[in-house]
Ligand binder design. Structure first.
Ligand SMILES: Nc1nc2c(c(=O)[nH]1)N[C@H]1C(S)=C(S)[C@@H](COP(=O)(O)O)O[C@H]1N2
Ligand SMILES: [Mo]
Length: 303
C-alpha cells in the first residue's frame, strides 16, 4: 500500500527493545533443533498457471506483512520470532460444529495440492507463487455452514509480543479480511500451508493463510486464527482504513484505477528493471472461472 501510517513503529521502537533475550534464546533453540524440513506431498492441479514461478528468494524477501513492519524486507527480517506451533483456529458463527481446532485438525482429510497462482498486489507489482494448500470449501463443508451464513470473515493472530508492528496503533489490529460465501467456496480459493513443497515461510503467513488469486493481494490474509461464518458483510482492515481506495471485493480489474495510480499494468517482480512490465488481466487472468460470480454487478461501484 502507498498509504502511509502517521507513525511507523520502526521509527520509534529500536529492534533490541522488542527482541528480548527469551525470544533470542528460543530462536537459537529452534535453529539448532530443527532438522531439514519435511517435503510436503501434494498433487498437481489443472488450476495451476503454466507461468514460470518466481524464485524462492523473491517470494520470501519481498513481502507485505505489516504486523512485522511496513517495508518489503521487514517480514523476512522480523517474522522469524513468530511462534507457529502450537497453532489453533477458532471456527465460529453460523456453523454446525464451531470450536477451536488445532492446525492438524483443520488440515485433517483435506487433500493438499500444488497451486501455482499469479499474485497481484494492489500496489501494481506481481509474482507467481507455487502454493501448497487445500480448498477452503473442503474445510467449510466439514464444519457445516448454516443457511443464514452469507460471508466468511477471517482474522490474523494478535500477538504484539511477537509482531512488533502491532505495537503501533497506526492500523487497527488484528488484520481482518472477508469473502462472500460463494467466493469462499470457489475451487480457486485455498488455505495455503506451504510453498515450493515446504511448510509456509513465516514471512508469507505461516502456518496457514488464505490465497484468493483473482483478488488484490491484501485479501489473502496471513497467519489466520479465526474463521467466522456471518450473515452481514464483515469489516475488513483496508476497507476500514481507506474505503475510497480499497473496496470489499477488490477484484483485480485493469479498467478500474486505484485513485492514486493506474491498475492497467503491473511490474513482475524478478523480471528485471526494464523487462518486467506486463498488462494486468481482468480478474488477474481468472475471468473464465470467476466472472460468473459477479454477473449483473457494477464492478466500478463494487470495487
Ligand atoms: N495479516 C496480514 N495479511 C496480509 C498482509 C498483511 O499486512 N497482514 N498483506 C497483504 C498484502 S497487501 C499482500 S500483497 C499479500 C502479500 O503476500 P506475500 O508476502 O506472501 O507475497 O499478503 C496480504 N496478507
Ligand atoms: Mo498488497
Amino acid at each position: 500500500m502507498r498509504w502511509k501510517p502517521d507513525l511507523s513503529w520502526s521509527a520509534v521502537t529500536p529492534r533490541a527493545d522488542w527482541l528480548n533475550r527469551r525470544q533470542i534464546m528460543a530462536g537459537l533453540a529452534t535453529l539448532t533443533a530443527t532438522p531439514a524440513l519435511a517435503r510436503i506431498e501434494a498433487a498437481k492441479s489443472p488450476l495451476s498457471t503454466d507461468a514460470a514461478p518466481n524464485s524462492l528468494e523473491d517470494i520470501t524477501s519481498y513481502n507485505n506483512f505489516y504486523e512485522f513492519g511496513f517495508g518489503k524486507s521487514d517480514p523476512a527480517a522480523y517474522a522469524g520470532s513468530l511462534t507457529t506451533d502450537p497453532w489453533s483456529i477458532t471456527i465460529d458463527g453460523l456453523v454446525d460444529r464451531p470450536g477451536s481446532y488445532d492446525l492438524a485438525d483443520v488440515m485433517k482429510d483435506q487433500p493438499l495440492e500444488e497451486r501455482i497462482y499469479r499474485l497481484r498486489c494492489v500496489e501494481a507489482w506481481s509474482m507467481v507463487v507455487p502454493w501448497i494448500g487445500f480448498e477452503l470449501a473442503g474445510l467449510l463443508n466439514r464444519v457445516g455452514v448454516q443457511s443464514g451464513a452469507k460471508y466468511v470473515a477471517f482474522e490474523t493472530l494478535l500477538r504484539p509480543d511477537e509482531m512488533p508492528g502491532q505495537r503501533s496503533a497506526s492500523m487497527p489490529w488484528p488484520y481482518r479480511e472477508g469473502l462472500r460465501l460463494d467466493e469462499a467456496v470457489h475451487p480457486l480459493t485455498i488455505l495455503a500451508t506451504g510453498l515450493y513443497g515446504d511448510p509456509m515461510p513465516k514471512q508469507n503467513g505461516a502456518p496457514i493463510r488464505l490465497v484468493v488469486p483473482w483478488k488484490y493481494g491484501f485479501k489473502s490474509i496471513k497467519s489466520i486464527v479465526r474463521i467466522s461464518l456471518v450473515a452481514e458483510m464483515p469489516r475488513t482492515t483496508w476497507n476500514e482504513l481507506q474505503p475510497q481506495e480499497y473496496g470489499f471485493y477488490a477484484n483485480v480489474n485493469p479498467e478500474v484505477d486505484h485513485p492514486r495510480w493506474s491498475q492497467a499494468s503491473e511490474r513482475r517482480i524478478g523480471a528485471g528493471l526494464f523487462g518486467g512490465r506486463v498488462d494486468t488481466l481482468m480478474f488477474n487472468g481468472y475471468a473464465e472461472q470467476v466472472a460468473g460470480l459477479y454477473a449483473g454487478m457494477d464492478l466500478r461501484t463494487n470495487y
